[in-house]
Design a protein around this ligand. Sequence first.
Ligand code: SF4
Length: 240
Amino acid sequence: MEIELRGASHEVLEELAVANRLLEASSPQEIIHWAAERYGQRLTMATAFGPEGCVILHWLASVAPTTHVFNLETGYQFKETLELRDRIAQRYGLEVVLEHPETTVEEYEQLHGGPLYRTDSNRCCGDRKIAVIRRVLVRFDAWMSGIRRDQSTDRATAPIVGWDHRFGVVKISPLATWTKAMVWELIVRENIPYNPLHDQGYVSIGCWPCTRSVTVDEDERAGRWSGTAKTECGLHSSDH
Ligand code: SF4
């Protein structure tokens, strides 16, 4: 089913530009609080249970625990990632909704004569992530993600809050100005649950077929779609 994208009026873009300027110097908790106040139950959060997502969930549990949170369950996630969802639920009482594609992995691979991640990873991400997030975001006015500006050149200009042309909703990035070191310092200090694969050299963790561990001198997203030109699945492409 084709989903019609919403556009933003001049007034909405102006409001977002003002909010973005005001929030640039705010703490992530203040940004989350602002988002929850401004959008209420029309706010959602997407998480792949990376360290940044876990940190946001840690705050969300006290700031706005009834916020809808979802994970794109492609069918190719590591078991450690799905177990982390259970650990988050036990620690914070937050239920992260698993959003599935229309087909199971078995059906999908049968349909395409084998795993598409080997031959057409853009189509695979398109079917198993992008189509699913479009279907979810159409029910909301704003979504929150854990991207940081220092993760990659694609993400370096991400605003705190802005219009997400790709999905026709407002996008909020409370950790945009944070560094990896700040995220991990908080995780250790607050004993926040995290994916144990990080202790095995995996830095950025997505689906298992498209993720490898990295060495200390590699870029933190070098382990994603390694050996190909692909750097993003399309959720956070450069127009943010
Ligand atoms: S990351 Fe890999 S397995 Fe996951 S949806 Fe994209 S191509 Fe498919």
